[in-house]
Design a protein around this ligand. Structure first.
Ligand code: PSU
Ligand code: MN
Length: 301
């Protein structure tokens, strides 16, 4: 069912480092035309660190692991590109449609293809007002049952961060800060919440992955929470102010379901004069590079 590109297939077979990349951030998380440029830059960054990038999406009903330039262009520019969580995968495949994959769908497909390391910006999680809307990203549940290492800058700060950390604990998903004992805040280096574990090198991360395998079921993920450097974070005061406006606007407009996250991310870009975009890109870029180094350490095991 999967279409794995030749380059990615060869790397997996030879146990060379591979990093899975999601496509929702390209199709629905970043403005055009910057999104395509970023997609290419992220792949480049993975290569510079000596790993093979495997961007994942569903095109014409076929889940693809490793996209060529034309396929990346489709993800970035094609109108009607859907947003696919893991529950949407069978429906999209059967319907023969195209869509970008979220963290949950990307992690599922990457694991199916035998890719262990995955990089993204910020995970989905428990939304504020959860008690009313019950809006919790499917990312969390999927990571509770998928053996993958996901490098991220924490969870998106538009969420209820402490509630999300609590859910990850309940779901039994391992979380470690990379070089920090603070949980990163996506656009911010520090979400204001601590993490229980800190890892300091790609080799240490690979050690944990090996231990996960040795300990067996449940097949849960490892979240490596890698902060955006402080010099590149969004100004915390600007962040707090614009985010409050964004949440109000979102509620007023009656935005719900899958549309919530793209709406909020776009609002922040437009109302911070692009500063949130720069912080977002710095975070994703750092995650992609770290993921490549972790994949290399994992390949040397
Ligand atoms: N990180 C980003 N930008 C994004 C996302 C993550 O920097 O657009 C996407 C991811 O694909 C994540 C999704 O899985 O947002 C979560 O969406 P939802 O809250 O609808 O589950
Ligand atoms: Mn949601």
């Amino acid at each position: 069912m999967l279409v794995v590109s030749e380059e990615v297939r060869e790397a997996i077979d030879a146990r060379r480092p591979v990093v899975a990349l999601e496509s929702t951030i390209i199709a629905h998380g970043l403005p055009r035309p910057r999104n395509l440029q970023v997609a290419l830059e992220l792949e480049d960054a993975v290569r510079q660190e000596g790993a093979v990038p495997a961007t994942i999406a569903v095109l014409d009903g076929r889940p693809r692991i490793g996209l060529g330039k034309e396929q990346l262009e489709r993800v970035a520019n094609e109108d009607g590109m859907r947003k696919l969580g893991h529950r949407d995968l069978p429906l999209a495949v059967a319907a023969g449609v195209s869509g970008a994959t979220t963290v949950s769908a990307t992690a599922q497909l990457a694991a199916l293809a035998g890719i262990r390391v995955f990089a993204t910006g910020g995970l989905g999680g428990v939304h504020r007002e959860w008690t009313v809307t019950q809006d919790e990203s499917a990312d969390l549940g999927l990571l509770a049952s998928t053996r993958i290492t996901v490098v991220c800058a924490g969870v998106k700060s538009i969420l209820d961060v402490p509630a999300t950390l609590q859910r990850l604990e309940t779901l039994g998903v391992a979380v470690a800060g990379y070089g920090t004992d603070r949980f990163p805040g996506f656009y911010l280096s520090d979400s204001g919440h601590p993490v229980d574990w800190t890892l300091h090198s790609p080799e240490q991360v690979a050690e944990v992955m090996r231990a996960q395998d040795g300990l067996g079921a449940p097949e849960s993920a490892l979240i490596v929470a890698n902060p955006v450097p402080q010099a590149k974070q969004l100004d915390p005061e600007l962040h707090a102010r614009v985010l409050a406006d964004a949440l109000r606007a979102c509620a007023q407009q009656g935005v719900t379901g899958q549309a919530v996250t793209p709406y909020l991310l776009d609002y922040l870009v437009r109302h911070t004069d692009g500063a949130s975009l720069n912080a977002n890109l710095a975070a994703v870029g750092g995650n992609v590079r770290l993921a490549a180094r972790i994949a290399a350490a994992w390949a040397r095991r």
